[in-house]
Write a protein that binds this ligand. Structure first.
Ligand code: NDP
Length: 296
């Protein structure tokens, strides 16, 4: 109602990718080399294969180098760590991303900890989490950073706003809360043990839902005029005769439209931002390693 806006993350991400593409030649001029992203995929999880393929395509399209390392599902921990260490030492590699989840026999945490924090373009290393929490320069997880970009594009200065982040994962919820705190929001982190979640959400000028439960956040949980970032990607059961169910977020979008000022759709909201920010993080990592100013 009354002109609630759908936030076009796809368009914003396309613009961000263009801006990065325009920065790459400047980096090449100053350093004589091209920023490079190494992506490691272990096993043949179909979703992971799709993600890795689109990361590869986007990296090349931005004018950067993409190094793909595909390892068999039965790869040993020590061999994976050895590859990460090789990439750490490789001067042509600025960013290292190990596609998660890893097969069960591998220790994800140990693998992420083996990545040089200055090449950790997923921002998952404890050093980067700590830098972010301390307000230092950090490589920051792509999905929350992309979410923050969309919020600032909508709202400008976030100072003093009440923000509620639903979900506290290392990948999304926790870094999202830190980013909002750094923007001077008053931040509440909600999770599965939160009491009276609807009332908590009702206080929020900004709601970030990163739960993984289809349409859990209802329209009447939302304060009038709130700006909502829906990170969730949930596939519903297919309609009869259909092969695949619809993708929905963590927010009941149609209901939410009656209350909010603006909301990200699923798909086409936060999703496309993730890869664009990965490219940005790669260029940032390359610039930091080369002693150059961080690109804007
Ligand atoms: P996790 O499963 O790691 O975390 C989910 C969080 O939601 C937990 O903190 C959990 O609380 C909380 N939660 C679960 N149930 C409830 C509930 N009933 N009420 C309140 N909180 C609840 O998920 P991720 O953070 O990795 O991802 C969240 C969603 O975002 C998923 O749908 C995922 O697919 C999507 N996603 C999208 C991305 C993109 O757009 N590119 C990237 C990454 C994720 P507790 O800690 O108490 O268990």
């Amino acid at each position: 109602k009354n002109g609630a806006a759908i936030i076009d993350g796809k368009a914003y991400a396309a613009g961000l990718r263009e801006r990065i593409k325009a920065e790459v030649p400047k980096f090449q001029e100053e350093t004589g080399r091209t920023p490079g992203l190494a992506v490691v995929l272990v096993g043949d999880d179909p979703a992971s294969q799709v993600y890795v393929a689109s990361k590869h395509k986007a990296t090349i399209a931005a004018g950067m180098e993409s190094f793909e390392h595909r390892l068999p599902a039965d790869t040993k921990q020590e061999d994976l760590i050895a590859l990460v260490e090789k990439l750490n030492a490789d001067e042509t590699v600025d960013g290292i991303l190990v596609q998660l989840p890893l097969p069960d026999h591998l220790d994800e945490k140990a693998v992420v900890m083996a990545i040089d924090p200055d090449k950790d373009v997923d921002g998952l290393h404890v050093i980067n989490a700590g830098r972010l929490a301390n307000g230092e320069e950090a490589l920051t997880p792509c999905t929350p950073l992309g979410s923050l970009m969309l919020l600032k594009d909508q709202l400008g200065d976030l100072s003093g706003l009440n923000a509620v982040v639903v979900g506290r994962s290392i990948l999304v919820g926790k870094p999202m809360a830190q980013l909002l705190l750094a923007e001077n929001c008053t931040v509440t982190m909600a999770h599965s043990r939160t009491r009276d979640l609807p009332d908590v959400v009702r206080r929020a000028d900004i709601v970030v839902a990163a739960v993984g439960r289809a349409e859990m956040v209802k329209g009447d949980w939302l304060k009038d005029g709130a700006v909502v970032i829906d990170v969730g990607i949930n596939r519903l059961a297919p309609d009869p005769g259909k092969e695949k169910g619809r993708l929905v977020g963590d927010v009941a979008t149609a209901e939410a439209m009656d209350h909010v000022r603006a909301i990200t759709p699923v798909p086409g909201g936060v999703g496309p931002m993730t890869i664009a920010v990965l490219l940005r993080n790669t260029l940032v990592a390359a610039s930091m390693r080369a002693g150059l100013d961080k690109p804007k």
